[in-house]
Design a protein around this ligand. Sequence first.
Ligand code: NAD
Length: 735
Amino acid sequence: MNLVNFRFETGADGVALLTWDMPERSMNVITPEVMNELEQVVDKVASDAAIKGCVIASGKSAFSGGADLTMLQQGAAQYARALKEQGEEAANRLFLENARRLSLLYRKLETCGKPFAIAIHGVCLGGAFELALACHYRVMADDDKTKVGLPEIKVGLFPGAGGTQRVARIMQTGDALQFLFRGDQVKPKAALGAKLVHEIAPKAEIVDRAKAWIVNGGKALAPWDAKDFKNPSGKVFSPTGMMIWPAANAILRRETYNNYPAARAILHAVYEGLQLPMDQALTVEARWFAHILRSKEAAAMIRSLFLSKGELEKGAHRPANVPPTNLRKIGVIGAGFMGAGVAYVSALNGLDVVLIDRDQESADKGKAVIDKLISGSVMKGRATAADKEALMARVNATADYASLKGCDLVLEAVFEDRAVKADVTKRAQDVVGGDVIFASNTSTLPITSLAETSQKAENFIGVHFFSPVEKMLLVEVIMGEKTGDRALATALDFVRIIRKTPIVVNDTRGFYANRCVLNFVREGQIMLTEGVPPAMIENVARMAGMPVGPLSLNDEVALDLGWKILCAAKKDLGEKAVDPRQERVLRYMVEEQGRFGRKNGKGFYDYPADGKKSLWPGLSALAEKQLDTDTIDIEELKHRLLVVQAVEAARTMAEGVVTDPREADVGSILGFGFAPFTGGTISYIDGMGAKAFVALCDRLAAKFGPRFEPPQLLRDMAAKGDTFYGRFMPKQKAA
Ligand code: NAD
């Protein structure tokens, strides 16, 4: 055998040990070469009488993250070539053959006649866990770092190498569907409880336990290949089946509104597959998989949520001329809602943090928030008491600016007030000097003007977090006019340490994310004034793919904040800068009714202390007329809610606020949940085509107003048939 990615040795007991350890990679992934080598190993084990069976283990610190998704992208290119050269039928056949190669290989392993056992430590996900499921025996290390799962659904795919079929033959159907739909990663005890693995053991013992199973006569027969096998939930066409399947269908629609073809395909594959013997079931799964691989949703989600996200996290926009900054200690000024969150994620990721507020009591309050957050993780078993102690020791809450000495970066999150921000900048720089990079978490004040209050504008930058900081994955890094490379590199290094995803944007009112999402919120408010029933507004937003409706979102962010921003925009930019209907809605809610949102228990919704929130009946006063709900065009409402955000994203690119379509896309999904199946605001436009998008904008603008008018850039692109990715993708990275 000619193995590069594996080591293979057979012990005196006749049990072979196959160690997966790919050279020059920190993590094992499934590639065409890995498949070739695994096939050789299966042939060898099957044909060599001296080998009793084989244990598969990993030589890395984790087992494997699964398939190399770039391989799937290449498959799409191959299909396009075959389509051109050999026609559709041949291209489809080739695509299906490629798509099911891994599935056939795993089935070969499962039916080769010799027992295979697997010893799992570290994460074992996707295609790698499907390998495990095809092995006859699975031993899992019982530690915090070890998890198994099938997360493919998160990038618009589903486990297509037997995962849907084997899981559905191991778990009760309802549980199996949940596991496949959610893509959760499961810890050892839960995996054992769900029968996803057979045994858990200390990491040092897993290989020996797997070997012992073979030595003690472990059988090379999967349960589903045994004659007396029964599905855990019985037959599909049975009284129990009839309880499961109609409900599963309804749940799928409730959760996805049919926006995610992969989720639907899972349901099909399991429903159809459970009625067939394994080999035919795998063929059914492969056909659905090939279908999904070619869906535009999967392509868009893989690009934005896997490839682009990864590239941005690795520092796609980090200036190469700045050496690594090696941050160890940071200062956070303002221990309020945001500052405490930033201090928490920093300390969680090993940074020493000086957390400053106006007085010791306020600083301590911020530290108490950190205590609460980490205690929550300890309660949930995600951190240990020792982790908590170490984290708390890294946070120095104080009112003394002298403690900032030695900080490698200082970030302020004090009140949104120029004078206060200028004051704390000065006080901090009196201690650390002007060479230490200074960041502001402002949401509305231009970075360029704040930088003027600092000693060196080139060392001043915006680092804009989203709330709640501990949950939200996106950070907007904002370049002031004079911000220099070292500030950018430092900010990106910081974001990397705290394991968030950065996008780099230029300075403008609202930066990127808030500009788009505020349009979504405003559209909901305008719909209210038009007489669209509030419940319909909320439901239509979710049907369009948004995680929550605009009214809920507005309640979470706070209506009085929206009112303040609107008043400031009117003051700075004049009457025309604000929509009179939005002004009326916010004045009514905030000034007249004192409804500030969830924070005071009343906004567009009522929030009873002891019950579920419900829409406030008083909203009907905002409707200018009563609409006949049967005449409302639902598709048009959905379009309005997405287009009003996407057209704003297009404007930010036209203005050069965002320069890279990957950032607009990733930022829109991670920052405000823009319909993930579209791949983000810009992929939504590219997916539809500039021409169709401009036509849609023009139609909406004619009916609802100039807020839908596309920028000239889009008209040019429509005329030339351009896409954002074709036009704006940085050259060296162009796919
Ligand atoms: P907050 O009121 O919860 O916290 C502000 C903190 O700053 C308070 O603890 C206050 O005591 C402290 N502070 C005020 N003056 C100070 C001074 N002179 N010296 C030291 N500390 C001082 O506000 P927040 O929601 O955390 O917002 C902070 C900043 O983050 C603002 O610029 C805001 O625009 C921005 N921001 C907020 C959000 C959000 O969702 N709340 C999101 C992104 C950015």
